[in-house]
Design a protein around this ligand. Structure first.
Ligand SMILES: [Fe+2]
Length: 249
């Protein structure tokens, strides 16, 4: 119920008195009160629009649902994007209105929010946005690092194969649900990190470049318990042009 509007109408009906000619007129004291109520109502509506403006939306996939098969099936992608990620978006949009995080960019929320529902849902949105937008169909994805990124991987790991082996091993070895990331520090050095739950390397001041989602919802329909097989297959659809653009050096 629109309480200020109802109150406003009731007062207009009852807050009247007779003028010198006997006609009903509004009491000036109530006229001022009515203006105040109207202002309150307008402020409430402004806040509603503000909340709507600050809502997060589901990132659109830059490929068709079946485009990543057989590495990721259309069914897995549909559930992962349309159900799991959508739920994180919906949850965060319910948590933000009126909170200190309303109006902040997603990454800022993840960096500032303490452990809890806001951090978990914002973190999962950020993680999945980076995850889903790093893929291309196997025939279109650039299949290896180039330029500065390739040079840095070579410098730190000796070869792309050695880097991939460590990355996969850290994904397989992550206990429970989480993410394995390749990130860059401020100097451009690369680091592989394991992040539990919804965390993201931005919390550690790193720039996230590439990630494997090792929550079971990412692979269980297609691979069941074979996490290693899923992670090994993901390289086919990683678009290294996207990863190099994120590295940005
Ligand atoms: Fe996921």
């Amino acid at each position: 119920m629109d309480f200020p509007l109802v109150l406003y109408s009731l007062i207009r009906i009852f807050a009247r008195k007779n003028d010198d000619t006997g006609r009903k007129m509004a009491d000036p004291r109530f006229t001022q009160f009515l203006e105040l109520l109207k202002l309150c109502n307008r402020y409430k509506r402004i806040n509603q629009w503000k909340s709507l403006y600050n809502m997060f939306t589901l990132v659109q996939l830059p490929y068709a649902m079946e485009a990543l098969e057989p590495v990721i099936s259309a069914q897995t992608l549909s559930f992962h994007h349309g159900k799991h990620l959508q739920a994180y978006v919906d949850n965060l949009n319910k948590l933000l209105p009126g909170s200190e995080y309303e109006g902040m960019a997603l990454e800022e929320i993840v960096r500032k929010a303490p452990a809890g529902p806001v951090f978990n849902n914002a973190g999962q949105i950020l993680n999945h946005e980076l995850y889903f937008t790093q893929f291309k169909p196997a025939g279109e994805a650039v299949q290896g690092p180039t330029g500065e990124l390739a040079a840095q991987i070579g410098k730190q790991w000796g070869s792309v194969e050695a880097f991939k082996a460590e990355f996969e091993a850290k994904g397989v070895g992550l206990f429970g649900s989480g993410w394995v990331w390749l990130s860059a520090d401020a100097d451009g050095s690369l680091v592989i990190t394991q992040e539990q739950g919804a965390s993201n390397p931005v919390v550690k001041g790193l720039k996230p470049l590439l990630t494997f989602d090792v929550w079971e919802h990412a692979y269980y329909l297609d691979y069941q318990n074979r996490r290693a097989a899923h992670l090994s297959a993901l390289w086919q659809i990683i678009d290294w042009n996207t990863i190099a653009a994120r590295y940005g050096r």
